[in-house]
Write a protein that binds this ligand. Structure first.
Ligand code: NAD
Length: 357
C-alpha cells in the first residue's frame, strides 16, 4: 500500500519533492504545509491536496500520515529543519529532511538520537549519489576493480566569476559559514559513500577580493584535506560562484585504488574507468538533468520504508547526514585554529538507544 506523505515547507524544493511523490507509485501525497498561507494554498491547488499552515494542524487532521517530509530552509539553509522534524518524530512519523540535517550540530545529534529512541526512520536528502554513474562506480568497487582505496578527490561548486558577482546576499547567506553548512553535506556524503568514515580533517578557507570589498561575510572557498578510517587520503575543493568550471564541470569526483581508478563528471553525466595496461572505459549516461537525483533518492526512501529495512540500514539516513555535519564542524574548527588537524567527533553507535551525546 502506498505510503501517505505530508510535505512541510513549500519553496522550490518542497515543490520538487511533491512532484516526486505524485509520480511515485509507492507514495500518496496527502497534504502540504507552509506557514505562509498563500504558498500552502498555491501548492495545494497545484498538487490537488489539502493545505495546512502549521505542522500541528496537519498532524492532527491526518494521523494516518506515514511520512513527514521537511523541506524548510532558514539560516545557512538548515535552521528551520529542527523544529518541524522533532515535532513529526514526536508524533511517531518517519521523517525525510532536506540537507543539511540542521545548521546546528547539537540539534542534529539530538534529531538522530530522538529518531532512534522513537524507533522511526529518519532519512536525509543526500541525493548526489543516487545516480547512474555512482551506481556503476559502486559496482566496480563490489567487483574488486578498484582495490584498496588510495585517494578520493572531489571538486564541486557553483559557476561564477568576479564579473558575475551579484554583491553580498542577505538573509540565509549573510553568515560566514553559510556556504559550508548549506553545501558541504553533498561532497562529504559522496566522499563517505565511497571512502567510509573520515577521522581527521584540516581546512583552509577564504573568499576572493570582490567579496571582501563588498563586505560579504560568506567564506566561499573551502580547501579540505582528510584522512579516512581505512587509511586513504581525501581532498575536497568547494567554491560558491567565485570561479568558472574547469575539467569535469561543476561536480567531479575521482577515486583511485590499487587496481583501478574511476572519475564521475557532472554528477549524473559520465563515468570513466582506468586500469593498468588498458584503454579507459567511458560511459556517457545520456542524462544531463541533475534534477533526476531527487526522484531517485526519494524513491529509495520510500522503498526502504516499504520493505521495512532495519532502521540503521536505510540509505542516506539521518546518521549519515549527521556524519556530514560533524565533518563540516571539524572543517570550521580547523579553520578557526589556523588550519589545525582536527579529529572528527565520533558518530553514535548504529544500534544506539538513550546514548549520552
Ligand atoms: N538536495 C538538494 O539538492 C537541494 C538543493 C537545493 C536546496 N536544498 C535544500 O532544500 C531546502 C529548501 O530550500 P528552498 O530553496 O526550497 O527553501 P525556501 O526558503 O524557498 O522554502 C522554504 C519554505 O519553508 C517554509 N517554512 C519555514 N518554516 C516552516 C515551518 N515550521 N512550517 C511550515 N513551513 C515552514 C517557508 O515559509 C518557505 O516557504 C533547504 O534546506 C535547502 O538546503 C536541497
Amino acid at each position: 500500500m502506498a505510503l501517505k506523505v505530508g510535505v512541510v515547507g513549500m519553496g522550490g524544493i518542497g515543490h520538487t519533492h511533491c512532484r516526486c511523490y505524485k509520480n511515485d507509485s509507492l507514495a500518496e501525497l496527502i497534504a502540504v504545509c507552509d506557514i505562509i498561507k498563500e504558498k500552502a494554498d498555491k501548492a495545494a491547488e497545484e498538487f490537488g491536496v489539502e493545505a495546512f499552515y502549521s505542522l500541528k494542524e496537519m498532524l492532527k487532521a491526518h494521523p494516518e500520515l506515514d511520512i513527514v517530509d521537511v523541506t524548510t530552509s532558514g539560516y545557512e539553509n538548515g535552521s528551520w529543519h529542527y523544529e518541524p522534524a522533532m515535532e513529526a518524530l514526536a508524533a511517531g512519523k518517519n521523517v525525510l529532511v532536506e540537507k543539511p540535517i540542521s545548521n546546528d550540530i547539537r540539534e542534529a545529534r539530538e534529531m538522530v538520537k530522538f529518531a532512534a529512541d522513537q524507533n522511526v526512520y529518519l532519512g536525509c536528502n543526500l541525493n548526489h549519489y543516487f545516480t547512474e554513474p555512482a551506481n556503476q562506480a559502486l559496482q566496480l568497487i563490489a567487483d574488486k576493480k578498484i582495490g584498496e582505496p588510495v585517494y578520493l578527490m572531489q571538486k564541486m561548486g557553483f559557476n561564477g566569476s568576479e564579473m558575475g558577482y551579484g554583491g553580498a546576499s542577505t538573509g540565509r547567506w549573510q553568515r560566514p559559514y553559510s556556504h559550508l553548512k548549506a553545501f558541504l553535506a553533498h561532497p562529504f556524503s559522496v566522499m563517505r559513500r565511497f571512502g567510509g568514515d573520515i577521522t581527521h580533517i584540516q581546512a583552509f578557507m577564504n573568499k576572493p577580493g570582490v567579496r571582501k570589498s563588498a563586505d560579504d561575510l560568506m567564506l566561499s572557498i573551502a580547501s579540505i584535506h582528510m584522512r579516512f578510517e581505512n587509511g586513504s587520503a581525501g581532498y575536497i575543493i568547494s567554491q560558491r560562484g567565485d570561479a568558472s568550471f574547469g575539467l569535469g564541470g561543476w561536480w567531479c569526483f575521482e577515486m583511485a585504488g590499487t587496481r583501478g581508478t574511476f572519475c564521475i563528471e557532472n554528477c549524473v553525466e559520465k563515468l570513466t574507468y582506468w586500469t593498468a595496461g588498458q584503454e579507459p572505459v567511458v560511459t556517457n549516461t545520456g542524462i544531463t538533468d541533475f534534477g533526476s537525483t531527487f526522484p531517485n533518492r526519494i524513491h529509495a526512501f520510500l522503498e526502504d520504508i516499504t520493505n521495512k529495512v532495519p532502521r540503521e540500514l536505510i540509505r542516506a539516513s539521518g546518521r549519515d547526514a549527521l556524519a556530514t555535519l560533524e565533518y563540516t564542524f571539524a572543517v570550521i574548527d580547523s579553520y578557526e585554529n589556523g588550519g589545525a588537524l582536527v579529529r572528527v567527533n565520533p558518530l553514535p553507535n548504529l544500534h544506539a538507544h538513550g546514548i549520552v551525546l
